[in-house]
Design a protein around this ligand. Structure first.
Ligand code: HPA
Length: 286
């Protein structure tokens, strides 16, 4: 459990300082926030980048310690739509509190985004899922044992007891499915369970996680979604199945294999994400 939780005034002051540091670089007003997960940095190459801001140049920003994650904010346009992209994310297993991990979400929200699009690597537990395929998150289970909203609530950001009846935006999900269809990309839809990590799960744990209703498992995403929903941002998240977590035939997995699977799926994910962003430019979504 996090100790020394900052009071509301301090929390706001820290976020405002980071927002001011971004504003000192650019007055761009991004409409969409993007988070790129493990091995999924390539979407960034599609962005017409106007500013690159390393996390360590922003006050109070946590810095990603995972080698497969670059740590910087990219500000520019994707498909002509102003975006801010978190290239690299932080995880609770790195030693940060859930609150620290989600600090960047408060900051990008403060830049004025309307919605947050998330990519994430995950292990597939649904027997119909295969490595390298994609899953749209319809719901989640937070089993990390921590919550970024613990501590004094900043009422200006959101309510003490935020609703979680529909964390993943229904209209954005419908749009993602339409886009996947159009490009003949297989897109599962299911439930993500987050665990703390950093170890992968035992067979008994995969059996348990499947039994409680999850289709995939990962070590991120729920803190960011919780904070985004706290601030009433629209959220969409797509996971790449990087390994098959079937307890009866479980094989050891290496980070290289995870990155390889992310690489296989990346072009499909990039297509869906780009088209979703483009749809904002076309104002097909209200
Ligand atoms: N478990 C937890 N997180 C993961 C996995 C997994 O099997 N694969 C990718 N991220």
């Amino acid at each position: 459990m996090e100790t020394n939780i900052p009071d509301s005034v301090t929390q706001v002051a820290r976020v405002d300082a980071a927002i001011a540091a971004v504003h000192a670089v650019t007055d761009s007003k991004p409409r969409i926030g993007l988070i790129l997960g493990t091995g999924l940095g390539k979407l960034a190459e599609r962005i017409d980048v106007q500013h690159t801001i390393p996390y360590d140049s922003l006050p109070h920003f946590p810095v990603s310690t995972v080698e497969s994650h670059q740590g910087r904010l990219l500000i520019g346009t994707l498909e002509g739509v102003p975006v801010v992209c978190m290239q690299g994310r932080m995880h609770v297993y790195e030693g940060y509190s859930a609150r620290e991990v989600t600090f960047p979400i408060r900051v990008v929200a403060g830049l004025g985004i309307e919605c947050l699009l998330i990519t994430t690597a995950c292990g597939g537990m649904n027997p119909a899922y295969r490595r390298g395929e994609l899953m749209l998150l319809s719901d989640h289970i937070n089993l990390q044992g921590v919550n970024p909203l613990v501590g004094p609530n900043v009422d200006a950001w959101g309510p003490r007891f935020p609703d979680m009846s529909e964390p993943y935006d229904v209209a954005l999900r419908a749009r993602a499915k339409q886009i996947a269809n159009k490009h003949a990309i297989k897109l599962h839809e299911g439930v993500y369970v987050s665990v703390l990590g950093p170890n992968l799960e035992t067979k008994a744990e995969y059996r348990f996680l499947r039994a409680i209703g999850a289709d995939v498992v990962g070590m991120s995403t729920t803190p960011e979604v919780t904070v985004a929903r706290h601030m009433d941002l629209r959220v969409m998240a797509i996971g790449i199945i990087t390994d098959e977590c079937f307890p009866d035939t479980l094989q050891p997995v290496t980070l290289e294999e995870v990155l390889e699977a992310a690489g296989i799926a990346e072009p499909k994910l990039t297509t869906i994400m780009s088209d979703i962003v483009a749809s904002f430019g076309e104002e097909q979504l209200q």
